[in-house]
Design a protein around this ligand. Structure first.
Ligand code: SME
Length: 168
């Protein structure tokens, strides 16, 4: 059984370093990609403070389709270019949105969301999906979150066989 206690750290960098180490512990000994992605979403949702949704949208037949997540039920399909998720997928760059109410085309799955970060999942130049995290407070995510959540996706790239999960 894994240790399910919450990560405690005195600053954000230490928190993220622990989050990444424990992620590796969670997914390195299992080779089923869906199981690993599900635990990765749970790991984020249960450890990040002040968030209301954390999970994945996976590219299938040219659009983003809901994958493993923690939080309230969400929209199942997002077109590339639409909302924050679709914009990050289209541009293949991380979007940090301090106020989603001001983001043109934001898709409000949970009306409580106020800020958001979306990290694209790209491996060997192929777009496989996005990691999306929503917060019920404005301005929740900064450059430190961006740096380490991009590393989080890099770590997933090392262990997850995206081709098993996508239909690109
Ligand atoms: N807010 C996102 C949609 C996904 S949900 O928040 C889970 C967006 O505009 O892309």
């Amino acid at each position: 059984m894994h240790d399910n206690s919450k990560i405690v750290a005195d600053d954000k960098e230490k928190f993220y370093k622990l989050l990444l180490t424990t992620l590796e512990g969670l997914i390195s000994s299992e080779n089923d990609s869906l199981a690993n992605l599900s635990n990765s979403a749970a790991h984020l949702f249960n450890n990040l403070e002040n968030i209301n949704w954390a999970g994945f949208y996976i590219m299938k037949d040219g659009e983003l389709v809901l994958g493993p997540f923690g939080g309230k039920v969400a929209c199942t399909r997002i077109k590339v270019g639409r909302g924050v998720c679709g914009s990050a997928a289209r541009d293949r760059k991380t979007y940090v949105v301090p106020n989603v109410l001001e983001f043109e085309g934001h898709i409000a799955c949970d009306a409580a969301s106020r800020s958001e970060i979306v990290v694209p999942i790209v491996k060997n130049d192929v777009l496989y999906g996005v990691l999306d995290i929503d917060a019920p407070v404005f301005d929740r995510f900064d450059e430190v979150d961006k740096l380490y959540l991009e590393e989080f996706v890099e770590k997933l790239n090392k262990y997850i066989n995206w081709d098993e999960l996508t239909r690109v």
